[in-house]
Design a binder for this molecule. Structure first.
Ligand code: NAP
Length: 457
């Protein structure tokens, strides 16, 4: 392809999905000029604000993402919100193509009685709190001694582990000071985790599950009566080494005696949430229905119910993607309506110049690395479209110039955080950490983050 100018591309979201897409696109045959636009004042999305602080190995992904974003050929425009600071029309005016990599950071709804009671929470909100997300309240009501966590995926593991872990075991991590104080005051003794199907249907990954058994002064308790296997379960274990490993860990735990630890995580299976029980508007319990497997790994209710006294319920039943004004959205799946990465309208026709990648494209499943193959598919489409995108561009060279969008943002008084500004905040957080013998201490309030990054603090 002969190009008279670089193709201008905006990628919305500086998490793993957006950064992988930028990296792959920058290495393609197309001459590109890429801006990654991020609504938070810090990059790295889910890795900074979704991965649990006691998972430093996964947090290390930041090193690879920083190598891409700090390389110099991709421009970061952080602290810029699409919809307010820049509209969809602005994006259309200033770029040839827009790739949405906005992820999924809200909780999926659970429609059962009592879900709105005081003490009923979404896991995503709790994760945002303990990860120091700037847009959530600084305090979290940790006053329950017994807690229910619904769902048996890795988010449920993160939530129950952070709830049950003693603060001293979290101290070396990057948890912000307000989180440390909040957890220190927590009177929790028992965390009840509930899965609605059997041991071969849990969504935990082997390493993360085993880690639960190693938390100091926390006993993991399992219930042998929950260990039901049907033909579907046998098939699942035959087909997946990972499932087999997870089942082995769970079965091994049925033989383990509790050590008398001061806190317990109970892993219950074959129980589905029916109702959150309340008194005076507050959670006082949860009613679960006993389930039985249907032969294919699915489960059906038996009508038998069991009530557990709990004062808080966290639903960790999956994340949900947020709609962006002016972009077609599939509200059955919580994703941007797309066909393999091409955004499509209500009739299924491709909307030229708009693409999606990562969790907002395929839903909130899979580990961070899986996002790479996603990005390859989306970028492959964009590269194929490059010639027609350039030919059909209505914007002039002046409008498409990288300086122009920055001028527009400054004229709107947006405190844009670029990579070199982030480096200032990064160094500040590391220095805070060093003083306490920790790798980093996160700065939480948004205005403090931008003031430090922009040299105003
Ligand atoms: P997930 O793996 O999809 O697990 C969701 C859980 O919620 C499943 O057990 C599901 O049960 C259950 N569920 C859904 N609807 C329910 C309902 N109405 N009632 C009761 N239970 C319900 O989702 P996730 O835990 O949010 O994790 C998202 C992705 O991030 C996953 O790929 C995960 O591995 C990844 N992640 C990884 C880590 C890590 O440390 N490596 C940490 C966090 C997240 P059914 O299967 O029966 O539907």
């Amino acid at each position: 392809m002969t190009q008279t100018r670089p193709l201008r591309v905006a990628i919305i979201g500086a998490g793993p999905a957006g950064t992988y897409a930028a990296d792959i696109l920058s290495k393609s045959d197309v001459n590109v000029s890429i801006d990654i636009i991020e609504r938070l004042p810090a990059p790295f999305g889910l890795v900074r604000y979704g991965v649990a602080p006691d998972h430093p190995r996964i947090k290390q992904i930041i090193v690879a993402l920083a190598n891409v974003l700090g390389r110099g050929d991709i421009r970061l425009l952080a602290n810029v919100n699409i919809g307010t600071d820049l509209t969809m029309q602005d994006l259309r005016d200033h770029y040839d193509a827009v790739i949405f990599a906005t992820g999924a950071f809200k909780d999926a709804d659970l429609d059962i009685p009592g879900i709105d009671l005081d003490g009923s929470y979404g896991a995503a909100d709790f994760v945002s709190w303990f990860d120091g997300h700037p847009d959530v309240p600084r305090t979290w009501p940790l006053n329950a001694t017994e807690v229910a966590v619904l769902g048996v995926g890795n988010v449920a593991l993160d939530v129950s582990r952070i709830l049950a872990k003693h603060v001293k075991d979290l101290e070396p991590t990057e948890i912000p000071d307000n989180v440390k104080e909040g957890l220190l005051a927590s009177p929790v003794t028992d965390v009840h985790v509930f899965g609605r199907r059997g041991p071969a249907q849990v969504k935990f990954t082997p390493l993360e599950l085993r880690e639960l058994g190693q938390v100091p002064d926390v006993d993991v308790i399992v219930y042998p009566e929950d260990y039901e296997f049907d033909e579907g379960s046998e098939r699942a274990m035959e087909e997946s080494k990972q499932t087999k490993q997870v089942v082995k860990t769970l079965v091994d735990w049925t033989l383990k005696e509790p050590t008398g630890a001061s806190r317990r995580i109970h892993l219950h299976l074959m129980q589905s949430p029916q109702e959150i029980l309340g008194e005076d508007g507050k959670v006082v319990g949860i009613r679960m229905e006993r389930m039985e497997l249907d032969g294919n790994g699915g489960a059906k209710g038996t009508g038998e119910t069991i009530d557990y006294p709990v004062q808080a319920v966290y639903r960790a039943i999956g994340y949900w993607g947020t709609e962006i004004d002016g972009v077609p959205y599939d509200d059955r799946k919580g994703v941007i309506a797309n066909d393999g990465g091409h955004v499509v309208d209500a009739e299924g026709a491709i909307v030229p110049g708009l693409y999606a990648t990562g969790w907002i494209k395929r839903g909130p499943v899979g580990l961070i690395g899986h996002t790479k193959s996603d990005a390859m598919e989306t970028i492959g489409m964009l590269v194929e479209d490059a010639e027609s995108l350039m030919a059909n561009s209505v914007a002039g060279a002046e409008q498409l110039s990288p300086d122009n969008v920055l001028r527009l943002l400054r004229s709107r008084d947006v405190d844009v955080v670029q990579w070199h500004d982030w480096e200032v905040l990064d160094a500040h957080e590391r220095a805070l950490g060093e003083a306490q013998g920790r790798e980093r201490v996160k700065v939480v309030p948004r205005d403090e983050m931008t003031d430090i990054a922009l040299g105003r603090a």
